[in-house]
Design a binder for this molecule. Structure first.
Ligand SMILES: Cc1cc2nc3c(=O)[nH]c(=O)nc-3n(C[C@H](O)[C@H](O)[C@H](O)COP(=O)(O)O)c2cc1C
Length: 286
C-alpha cells in the first residue's frame, strides 16, 4: 500500500479542497491509501526567528504540532497540498507552516523528491492572486517533487469539482502523482511554474519567485520568451547550502559582530509606546 498524505488548509468540512484531494488521491492508483491532516488542527505557532533549530540536532523550541507533521510527511509516499485562496493568497495556515522552513529544512534528505501535487481553490476566476505560485514555492522549498498543480474555481463547497473539466483535471493530477510530472504551462516559469514576473527593463523578465530570467525578443510572430539563467534556488545543493551553510554562517557572524550591532540597536531602545490589547476573559474563552 502506498500512503498519500493530504494536507488540507481549509477549515470548511467537505469543501472544495478536501473533495478535490480525495478525487486526486482516488485517481493515483488502487494501491493507495489517503490520510488527511487539517493543518489548523495542528495549532501551528508563528516562527519566532530565534534560529535555535539551526543548531545541528536541535529542534524548534515551539511546542506545537510541527514535529507530528514532520513524522507524517516522512512516513508518506506522496503529498497532496490543498489550500483555498483567501484575499488573493493561500489561506494563512499554509504560510504559518511554510514559515517554519528553517526547522523543516533539517529534514531535506527525508523529504527530498517526495511526489507532490498542489490543489488550490478560489471563488472567482481572475481573483486567484498569487495563491498557486506561493503554494508551489512552499512545496519546492520543502524539497518535494512537484508533479502537478491546478487552481480550481468554485465559491460554494462542492462547486470546485462540479465545474466543467474539473473532474478530468483532478484525474490527471492523481495519475501524475506517481507518474510523469507535467510541463510548465504557457506564462509559467519553466523552473518553478510561478506565473508572477518582474520586468526590470522592457525586454527582460525575472521570475518573482525563483529568479529565472528571460529575454523578450520581438519576432514576426510577436514577442518570444528566450529563457536564460535560473538561480536554481530549489535544487537540493542550493537549499542545503542556504539553510545549513549560509544561515549558520550568519548566526556565527551575528555572534562575532554582536557588540557592534548592539550599539546600532541601542539607539532605538527605550521611549517606546507599545500598544497591547486589553486582556479580556471573554475573548480568551472564545
Ligand atoms: C476570507 C476569505 C477570503 C477569500 N478570498 C478570496 C479571493 O481573494 N479570491 C477568490 O477568488 N476567492 C476568495 N475566497 C473564496 C474561496 O477561495 C473559495 O470559496 C474556495 O473554494 C474555498 O475553498 P474550500 O471550499 O476548500 O474551503 C475567499 C473566501 C474566504 C472565506
Amino acid at each position: 500500500m502506498r500512503k498519500i498524505l493530504g494536507l488540507i488548509a481549509s477549515q470548511r468540512k467537505l469543501a472544495n479542497g478536501e473533495i478535490l484531494t480525495k478525487e486526486v488521491a482516488g485517481a493515483a492508483g488502487d494501491d493507495c491509501q489517503l490520510e488527511l491532516i487539517r493543518l489548523t488542527d495542528l495549532k501551528l505557532e508563528p516562527c519566532r526567528g530565534c534560529y535555535a533549530c539551526l543548531v545541528p540536532g536541535k529542534q524548534c523550541p515551539l511546542n506545537d504540532g510541527l514535529y507530528y507533521l514532520v513524522e507524517k510527511i516522512k512516513a508518506a509516499d506522496a503529498i497532496i497540498i490543498s489550500a483555498p485562496c483567501y484575499a488573493l493568497g493561500p489561506a494563512a495556515i499554509t504560510k504559518l507552516f511554510g514559515d517554519r522552513i528553517i526547522a523543516l529544512a533539517q529534514f531535506i534528505d527525508e523529504f527530498w523528491n517526495k511526489p507532490c501535487v498542489v490543489i488550490a481553490t478560489s471563488g472567482i476566476d481572475g481573483w486567484e492572486g498569487y495563491t498557486l505560485s506561493a503554494l508551489n514555492a512552499t512545496a519546492r522549498f520543502l524539497g518535494f517533487d512537484l508533479k502537478d498543480c491546478h487552481m480550481f474555481i468554485g465559491a460554494l463547497p462542492g462547486e470546485g469539482i462540479s465545474k466543467a473539466g474539473a473532474l478530468a483535471r483532478a484525474g490527471e493530477m492523481g495519475r501524475a502523482l506517481f507518474g510523469q510530472a507535467r510541463q510548465a504551462g504557457a506564462g509559467e516559469c519553466p523552473t518553478c511554474w510561478s506565473d508572477i514576473w518582474k520586468f526590470p527593463e522592457p525586454s527582460t523578465a525575472i521570475c518573482a519567485i525563483c529568479g529565472q530570467t528571460a529575454s523578450l525578443v520581438a519576432g514576426e510572430e510577436g514577442i518570444k520568451w528566450v529563457y536564460g539563467d535560473s538561480r536554481r534556488m530549489f535544487d537540493k545543493e542550493h537549499l542545503t547550502e542556504h539553510f545549513q551553510g549560509w544561515l549558520r554562517g550568519k548566526v556565527q557572524e551575528f555572534l562575532a559582530r554582536r557588540n557592534e550591532l548592539t550599539i546600532v540597536r541601542g539607539r532605538y531602545k527605550g521611549n517606546d509606546t507599545w500598544l497591547l490589547p486589553p486582556r479580556d476573559e471573554t475573548i480568551d474563552q472564545a
